[in-house]
Design a protein around this ligand. Structure first.
Ligand SMILES: O=C(O)CCC(=O)C(=O)O
Length: 275
């Protein structure tokens, strides 16, 4: 059982995030990284651009992470027992590249309402200040959605380069994780991450997000899986769980899911970005 304790829940409510939470061993995290690097080697386009999304629909390894009972216990502590998996994204920052994530609120463009959902960031590699770990603006989730400047900067790992300007860096907390640990953050917390200045990749596998079954997609269509409990609202269409890595059937389905996701991410946008 890995339900969050009282202090962890208080932390989430007060700060808008809870971290670190132990999920996988270092060895298990290494095996997850190996799965990524196997896919990249065999299918070079399978995890790039738009394909960084919904990897749990084409890889049984990532599917199992999403259904991991330790993660789900922690998630249940925050959003209740009826839990759906609604999307995943790989945030990879390679060494010697200039990738960063501008400060933003997840809830701004994702169309999931009400905000009974939480994002799980699983550290596949260590994440620290040197390699560009996330930084959270503690307490900012208590404010409403803020104006985001859509900058479309080349090295921004967000779709539109959406940016909350003038975030006081000194008020943000670094989310330092060992590989195999996870953080959970609130839909409205302002967060971002800087450059990877290390000699290795920084990899986060992000379940974006775990939603309560009472959460609707108000901008378009996302495909879900049941993680736990009952789906009494039946708002969403379901995705199958993959049995093999990169089966043709699963790839076709993921392509369809990503097309739909793209419509959500770029709704009313001036142009399209890389992802
Ligand atoms: O991986 C990162 O640096 C940022 C990820 C992020 O913004 C998110 O998980 O909501």
């Amino acid at each position: 059982m890995s339900f969050l304790n009282h202090n962890q829940i208080e932390d989430y409510n007060n700060k808008g995030y809870v971290s670190p939470i132990n999920i996988f061993s270092e060895q298990e995290a290494k095996e997850i990284r190996e799965e990524i690097e196997k896919i990249e080697k065999k299918w070079p386009d399978a995890l790039t651009g738009l394909n960084r999304n919904y990897v749990h629909l084409i890889s049984p390894v990532f599917d199992k992470i999403c259904h991991n009972s330790k993660i789900l216990d922690a998630v249940e502590s925050l959003i209740g027992k009826n839990i759906l998996i609604c999307g995943t994204t790989l945030f990879i920052k390679n060494a010697n590249e200039k990738g960063f994530v501008s400060f933003h609120q997840d809830a701004k463009y994702i169309g999931l309402e009400p905000y009974n959902w939480v994002t799980a960031w699983v550290a596949v590699t260590d994440a620290n200040e040197e390699n560009g770990c996330m930084r959270m603006w503690s307490g900012s989730h208590k404010n409403e959605l803020q104006y985001h400047n859509e900058k479309f900067n080349e090295n921004n790992l967000l779709t539109r380069g959406q940016t909350v300007e003038d975030v006081p860096l000194e008020k943000t907390d670094p989310i330092i994780l060992n590989s195999g640990q996870m953080s959970l953050h609130h839909p409205k917390i302002v967060h971002g991450s800087g450059l990877n200045k290390s000699n290795d990749r920084r990899i986060g596998f992000v379940i974006q997000s775990y939603i309560g079954s009472d959460v609707e997609q108000v901008l378009g269509k996302m495909y879900v899986q049941k993680a736990r409990g009952e789906d009494t609202y039946c708002y969403h269409q379901y995705a199958n769980r993959p049995l093999d890595l990169m089966s043709e059937k699963d790839i076709n389905f993921r392509n369809k899911a990503n097309d739909e996701l793209s419509k959500i991410f770029y709704k009313d946008a001036a142009k399209r970005g890389r992802f």
